[in-house]
Design a protein around this ligand. Structure first.
Ligand SMILES: Cc1cc2nc3c(=O)[nH]c(=O)nc-3n(C[C@H](O)[C@H](O)[C@H](O)COP(=O)(O)OP(=O)(O)OC[C@H]3O[C@@H](n4cnc5c(N)ncnc54)[C@H](O)[C@@H]3O)c2cc1C
Length: 456
């Protein structure tokens, strides 16, 4: 690669103000808030539209420079830190909310639209509709989240966020602009089919298949009332039973469980945090009664909480980050693993053992995805960012946890590089072969976020 030439061409495509090779800018893009070590970046560029994205991808092919698409950069697992240098393409300037279709219930947006932006736009203009958003900071993008199979408060009821994609506009690695989903045939972005569904190629592939420039995501009716019902269990072995009892009712919008040693009042219990919704306070009250009965029958206790805590949890559940001591320069990263329900008790017990072995406060949690079809399990590890040894310690704990998740029949979610390698090691060889074949046809110059999902 001729670096000077690439820089000049990038300037020509996006204008001087939206490309940089200055050390101070590259420093920011060489890392993320998780435990990954920083890696080298050559350029950062911020395109304004699909034509600019296309020109950058064509240039990257010509010069054989890697391109790494980035939204909010908040996965914590280093997925937007280049493995082989190259151009970080920060999508945040492409932030138009193009259309809200209140009848077919979808939002057509550009890839840089953040979760906070869409949420506040809907609150202001379509107060009866709600988008799928994670509990991540509001600067996370909708695209970045749905493309990694994210989940959030609607997931228990409606499934993971990747399944809520109706359509995509992508710039393929060869520079072609391609529409996928109903929008490939119709002017409406209302559904994924009924045509061969290739959208899945772009989910959990960490930017290796192309760059998403527009997307349609499903919107959902917002219930008038929402309440949180806390319960306490003493033994992780009782988790599957109570989750089945809760989901049988069909009344919970979101179900989280957690077990953490900090703050002190949480130590020694498994917390159940179920959200119920309804059209009236009476309906909510009757749902709460049902939950109290379930808790009692399933060896759990209903927990009445202080108004302050109730308000916090209605706004956003606080897990994981609670264990990181930010005053000491603390950070945290978690292994999010998709787990089958049967092995959840074991995951809680063994997860706590790993934390203790590494001298980290145990912080474990999970969220149901589409009933008990799939559980996302969070094994969080905090560290002091100013202490390289402490960060190394967290990385080792994360690696051991990825192994544990795989042993228990789970699959690490949004896995960092070493976790991806563990998954690939266990993967059906013909699935790997298929993936590699598709990838080399789409991206013969291997420019799209190389190093991720690298079949060795
Ligand atoms: C405190 C905290 C809480 C969190 N809670 C949750 C939670 O409840 N649920 C949840 O799902 N996640 C959660 N996360 C994880 C993560 O922050 C979110 O999933 C977030 O939405 C990811 O979006 P992003 O814009 O930061 O993605 P990025 O990190 O920018 O990108 C994610 C991946 O997608 C690729 N990508 C990004 N944009 C494009 C594009 N336009 N085209 C092609 N590929 C692209 C990137 O290359 C990368 O591989 C949490 C994180 C934190 C820090």
């Amino acid at each position: 690669m001729n670096k000077e030439n690439v820089f000049e061409q990038l300037e020509h495509i996006v204008g001087k103000d939206f490309v940089s090779n200055r050390e101070e800018d590259l420093y920011i893009y060489s890392q993320d808030p998780g435990a990954s070590l920083p890696r080298h970046v050559d350029f950062v560029v911020m395109p304004e539209n699909v034509e600019e994205v296309q020109k950058i991808v064509k240039l990257a092919n010509q010069e054989k420079v890697p391109v790494i698409p980035m939204g909010g950069g908040l996965t914590l697992s280093g997925l937007i830190i280049p493995v082989k240098g190259g151009i970080v393409m920060d999508m945040k300037r492409m932030n138009s909310i193009i259309e809200i279709n209140a009848l077919s219930k979808y939002a057509l947006i550009e890839a840089g639209v953040t979760t906070g932006q869409l949420l506040s736009f809907l609150n202001e203009n379509y107060p009866n509709l709600q988008p799928p958003v994670p509990d991540a900071p509001p600067s996370a993008t909708i695209a970045g989240n749905v493309l990694i199979h994210g989940s959030g408060y609607l997931s228990q009821k409606y499934g993971n966020h990747g399944a809520m994609i109706n359509g995509l506009e992508v710039v393929l690695p060869n520079g072609d602009i391609c529409k996928m989903g109903s929008c490939a045939v119709s002017k409406y972005w209302f559904a994924r089919g009924p045509i061969p569904d290739l959208i899945g190629l772009f989910i959990s592939s960490f930017g290796t298949m192309g760059i998403v420039t527009k997307l349609s995501v499903q919107l959902f009716d917002k219930p008038k009332f929402r309440e949180v019902v806390f319960g306490l269990l003493n033994d992780p072995n009782d988790i599957p039973n109570i989750l089945l009892k809760i989901t049988e009712t069909g009344l919970a919008e979101d179900v989280l469980i957690g077990m953490q040693d900090k703050p002190d009042w949480m130590k020694g219990y498994v917390f159940i945090i179920a959200y119920v919704t309804g059209e009236s306070q009476e309906e909510i009250d009757s749902h709460i009664k049902i939950f109290k009965r379930i808790y009692r029958k399933a060896k759990a206790r209903y927990m009445k909480t202080a108004e302050r805590i109730r308000k916090v949890y209605l706004e956003k559940p606080i897990f994981a980050a609670a264990a990181a001591d930010y005053r000491k320069g603390g950070g945290f990263e978690y292994v999010g693993a998709n787990m089958p329900l049967e092995n959840l008790p074991e995951a809680y017990k063994k997860g706590a053992e790993i934390s203790k072995r590494y001298g980290i406060v145990p912080t474990l949690g999970s969220r149901l995805i589409g009933g008990t079809h799939n559980i996302v399990m969070f094994f969080s590890y905090s560290f002091n960012r100013a202490d390289p040894k402490d960060m190394e310690n967290a990385r080792e704990a994360l690696h051991e946890t990825n192994k544990l998740a795989l042993e228990l029949g789970g699959i690490p979610w949004k896995a960092e590089l070493s976790g991806q390698q563990l998954i690939l090691k266990k993967m059906d060889p013909n699935y790997k072969k298929l993936f590699n074949t598709i990838r080399s046809i789409l991206d013969p110059n291997h420019i799209m976020n190389p190093g991720n999902w690298e079949v060795k």
